[in-house]
Design a protein around this ligand. Structure first.
Ligand code: FES
Ligand code: FES
Length: 216
């Protein structure tokens, strides 16, 4: 049976009074505590470079990098899939390293250089990974594709930089671009259409082309 209304009110009054007393005992007067609470702002101005363009945006402190890109800068190429770091649709690069932008607060990126899918090529002038995805049919609905392309580019750079993965056998040898290496490093990018075989083909093609370019 629910408690009588009078009891509920008395209980709320008691809780409010207790909170006020606790504030008074711990950090000073309630007035001082209130002043401290209002001194901080819940919004912050962030200056960063996105696709080579300097940007200054005032955001709610809780805004993710993904929402800053999509909602404030209207760069909707970076997709929101799970918003929990589980699908990779939101992958973009920060200072050259791939990140899940849904897991990163915008206020952490003061002075950073961000690159999104809009910054790496155009439909008329695709960069090699974009062209390889088209050539190999590396997508169906395309929702995961910006994140796949960003991750695919980063995977090649990570292998070239000698950064080992979970499946790298010999840590002292040069890392080979194998299917297993690519699959493992792309495992954070989910494709609900299941275009994995063609995504693998696209990344392998770019890796081989760039290795050949290095040799000539
Ligand atoms: S939207 Fe960021 S990992 Fe899924
Ligand atoms: S192409 Fe549809 S989710 Fe990957």
């Amino acid at each position: 049976m629910p408690p009588p209304i009078a009891f509920e009110l008395r209980r709320r009054t008691l809780l409010a009074s207790s909170a006020a007393l606790a504030m008074n005992a711990g950090t000073g007067t309630p007035a001082a505590a209130q002043e401290a609470a209002t001194a901080g702002s819940d919004r912050t101005r962030v200056s960063l470079t996105v696709n080579g363009q300097p940007q200054e945006v005032e955001v709610d402190n809780r805004t993710t990098l993904l929402d800053l890109l999509r909602e404030d800068l209207h760069l909707t190429g970076t997709k929101k899939g799970c918003d929990h770091g589980q699908c990779g649709a939101c992958t973009c690069t920060v200072n050259g390293t791939r990140v899940n932008s849904c897991l990163s607060l915008a206020v952490m990126h003061e002075g950073d250089e961000i690159e999104t899918i809009e910054g790496i090529g155009t439909p008329e002038q695709m960069e090699p990974m974009q062209a390889a995805f088209v050539e190999n049919d590396g997508f169906q609905c395309g929702y995961c594709t910006p994140g796949q392309i960003q991750s695919g580019r980063a995977v090649i750079e990570e292998i070239r930089a000698g950064i080992p993965s979970h499946v790298t056998g010999d840590l002292s040898a040069e890392i080979a671009v194998t299917d297993a290496e690519i699959r493992e490093r792309m495992s954070g990018n989910i494709c609900r259409c299941g275009a994995y075989a063609n995504i693998l083909a696209a990344i392998t093609q770019v890796a081989e082309d760039s290795a050949q370019g290095d040799r000539t």
